[in-house]
Ligand binder design. Structure first.
Ligand SMILES: Cc1cc2nc3c(=O)[nH]c(=O)nc-3n(C[C@H](O)[C@H](O)[C@H](O)COP(=O)(O)OP(=O)(O)OC[C@H]3O[C@@H](n4cnc5c(N)ncnc54)[C@H](O)[C@@H]3O)c2cc1C
Length: 328
């Protein structure tokens, strides 16, 4: 077995950013261990044109396997990837994380009786094989995981892999005929859409201003919205489960174990205690800034910058400072 197979999720004429990170990483690693860098795409061929699929070559993909099957659901993609791996013998399947990546990766692992590593933050080649790094014990240690058999399944943390343009944009597109398993036809997509906070998709935002119970009431979120508005551009508002359960902010903005996983450049947490169930959804942010009036709040243990004080005073001042900086 050789080479690496990834999966690219498509929506309205473009491939998802997290998928493109996995495609780039797969191409880099295939170069190191040998074999093709290939991508599976699943959906309506009228949308997944040769031209669109071919663009995956820009990210280093040599081959794109295209299957006409329902898009956006995990089980049909598992059928397609399992067939491609059985027919073509790819040594690893690599995913960029996110809910669908976890679902497909887990399904493929079970189907192929493969070894799997999840929440991976880095992958490197060693003696022609792949070794995945994954943090453990609440990120206090990192372990190296290798695979005793092939194929191996690697599931990254959301946005763990950078998007890199490396090829000439001419991946070979190969149509695959797959008979879906009976259980893969039991669910169907009723509607697809993007969840947006303000007018930015939370999972793609560069800056997230997140609010917790410390905001005191529903209207407290205005302070977060104003700050996100001052940052402008690719900024959005996020929330903890405590406040979405209280009806202060929509569920679509919930970050954490039972919400979304995000990895923005800046995560500003206002009035959030830092419970483990919240932490798992935002710990990959490049910079974490926390505002909390309790100096013993757990969130300070994993923040890059901590501000101890009343958010009702600090947030408006931050908003003014950001506006002044932008105007200067
Ligand atoms: C199975 C399970 C799944 C869960 N999934 C999730 C999940 O996906 N996401 C999630 O977020 N939670 C989740 N939770 C809940 C989680 O355990 C916490 O209860 C929740 O994250 C707490 O939210 P919070 O930080 O907003 O509130 P709190 O824990 O009440 O913290 C509020 C913070 O605000 C501070 N504060 C108060 N007033 C001010 C002020 N004026 N200025 C500054 N700071 C102030 C306080 O000091 C405190 O630290 C889950 C729980 C379980 C059991």
């Amino acid at each position: 077995m050789s080479g690496i197979l990834t999966y690219a999720l498509h929506y309205e004429g473009a491939f998802n950013k997290n998928s493109l990170g996995a495609v780039s990483e797969g191409a880099k690693l295939a170069n190191e261990i040998g074999g093709d860098a290939a991508v599976v795409v699943v959906g309506d061929p009228a949308e997944l044109t040769d031209e669109l699929c071919g663009t995956l070559g820009k990210y280093g993909a040599a081959k794109v396997y295209r299957a006409n099957a329902p898009e956006g659901l995990g089980a049909p993609v598992v059928d397609v990837m399992a067939k491609v791996i059985a027919d073509e013998g790819y040594a690893y399947a690599l995913f960029g994380g996110g809910l669908l990546g976890f679902e497909i990766g887990a399904g493929l692992t079970a189907r192929l009786n493969a070894g799997v590593t999840m929440e991976v933050t880095e992958v490197h080649a060693q003696d022609g094989k792949l070794v995945a790094k994954r943090p453990i014990l609440q990120d206090s240690a990192v372990v190296d995981v290798d695979y005793v058999g092939e194929p191996g399944v690697i599931i990254g943390r959301l946005n763990a892999f950078d998007i890199k343009e490396s090829g000439d944009g001419t991946a070979e597109v190969i149509d695959v005929d797959v008979e879906l398993a009976e259980h893969s036809t039991r669910a169907r997509m009723v509607q697809r859409g993007e969840q947006r906070g303000a007018d930015v998709n939370i999972e793609d935002a560069d800056i997230l201003v997140a609010g917790g119970r410390g905001l005191g009431k529903k209207e407290g979120f205005d302070l977060c919205t104003e700050l996100a508005g001052a940052f402008g551009g690719n900024s959005a508002v996020a929330a903890t489960r405590a406040v979405v359960d209280a009806g202060w902010y929509p569920y679509s903005a919930q970050i954490g174990q039972t919400g979304k996983t995000v990895a923005p450049k800046l995560y500003l947490a206002a009035g959030i205690s830092g419970a483990i169930q919240h932490k798992v959804g935002m710990q990959s942010a490049e910079n974490i800034v926390a505002i909390n009036k309790d100096s013993n709040a757990p969130i300070f243990e994993f923040s890059d910058l901590g501000i101890i004080g009343d958010l009702n005073k600090i947030l408006p001042k931050l908003t003014e400072a950001v506006k002044a900086k932008k105007a200067s």
